[in-house]
Design a protein around this ligand. Structure first.
Ligand SMILES: *[C@@H]1O[C@H](CO)[C@@H](O)[C@H](O)[C@H]1NC(C)=O
Ligand SMILES: *[C@@H]1O[C@H](CO)[C@@H](O)[C@H](O)[C@H]1NC(C)=O
Ligand SMILES: *[C@@H]1O[C@H](CO)[C@@H](O)[C@H](O)[C@H]1NC(C)=O
Length: 290
């Protein structure tokens, strides 16, 4: 299961004044952000990106750029922001306020601002390594550092999954994904329900049933599976579906992708995890380029 036995990561980062401003801005805008979510479907509909946020003040006020797309949609960021309201496996509280803090700050007499963070490696948009569900693979070192970067980067297909069921063998068959396609991002009802923007963990999310995972392994060339909630497996098949996917150690699972407002189709996917040695997962930054 996610989180259980997960490695906690403590990472130092030095913030410059602009990124600190961005951070404070994000925190203070947060209560507002929920209220300004654009539900019209028009782009952008991502909390935290409303044009009226953080633009207070006149001349000389620094306004950090926050983007989902670059170059008029040629580059799309499909990674979720790490914010206190981000959902966390089996939690009703979400990530919470305390995952990121200023450990040294100029206000307290330090020469620079330095933040620390602590979070489960399966938090937000993240990648699973074979050691996640296979103890012997974990012990043998099949961690995120051992994942194939050439698989995490390359041509990918974004497909819409029928919204009325979990991903079964029948659903996989109906998607008719051609042989030769190696990377597929599956957009489901989870995106419509905006589950990754709801802090309460929701077990009714859509994912792969065991037979759907088996069908993919046996009948396609897909080696990178991307999904739009915290697990590739439907809640009731959490263990068997992961076992099916990870057994061969050839399939990489990218979970918690932000696929809102992205047209279905073919893209170049770029995903880069942290090199966390001995960790069975890592937060990952993923973008699509067309
Ligand atoms: C450090 O943070 C303070 C706010 O606590 C800010 O005023 C200052 O500009 C920051 N300094 C640097 C070097 O980022
Ligand atoms: C500054 O120091 C005070 C007193 O030790 C502490 O309560 C506060 O949290 C510190 N603030 C930051 C941003 O480090
Ligand atoms: C998918 O499966 C979960 C149980 O794992 C269930 O709660 C949910 O309703 C199912 N979703 C659909 C669309 O059938």
């Amino acid at each position: 299961m996610k989180q259980e036995g997960g490695t906690d990561t403590v990472i130092h980062s030095t913030m410059n004044s602009l990124s600190l401003f961005a951070f404070l801005c994000a925190v203070s805008a947060h209560s507002v952000a929920v209220a300004v979510v654009d539900t019209s479907g028009a782009y952008p509909s991502i909390p935290g990106t409303g044009s009226d946020e953080c633009s207070v003040g006149g001349e000389g006020v620094l306004v950090p750029p926050r983007r989902e797309v670059y170059e008029e949609g040629r580059v799309l960021d499909i990674t979720h922001r790490y914010v206190p309201e981000m959902p966390v496996w089996h939690s009703s509280e979400g990530l919470g306020q305390h995952f990121l803090w200023l450990e040294t700050s100029m206000k307290n007499g330090s020469h620079a601002n330095g933040s620390k963070m602590m979070l489960g490696v399966h938090t937000g948009t993240h990648v699973d390594a074979p050691g996640h569900f296979y103890d012997n693979y974990f012990d043998a070192g099949f961690d995120v550092d051992s994942l194939d970067l050439t698989l995490l980067n390359g041509l990918a297909l974004l497909v819409d999954v029928p919204r009325d069921q979990n991903i079964t063998a029948e659903v996989m068959k109906s998607l008719d994904i051609p042989r030769g396609v190696r990377r597929v991002l599956f957009r489901t009802l989870n995106t419509d329900r905006r589950l990754m923007f709801k802090k309460e963990f929701d077990t009714s999310y859509v994912g792969f049933k065991e037979d759907g995972a088996k069908w993919l392994v046996e009948n396609t060339d897909i080696k990178l599976v991307g999904v739009d909630y915290l697990s590739v497996a439907s809640y009731d098949h959490s263990i068997p579906s992961h076992l099916v996917f990870l057994e061969s150690r050839e399939i990489i699972l990218v979970e918690g992708l932000k696929l809102d407002d992205v047209p279905a189709g073919i893209y170049t996917l770029n995903c880069l995890p942290l090199r966390l040695v001995h960790s069975e997962a890592s937060p990952i930054r993923c973008i699509l380029i067309r």
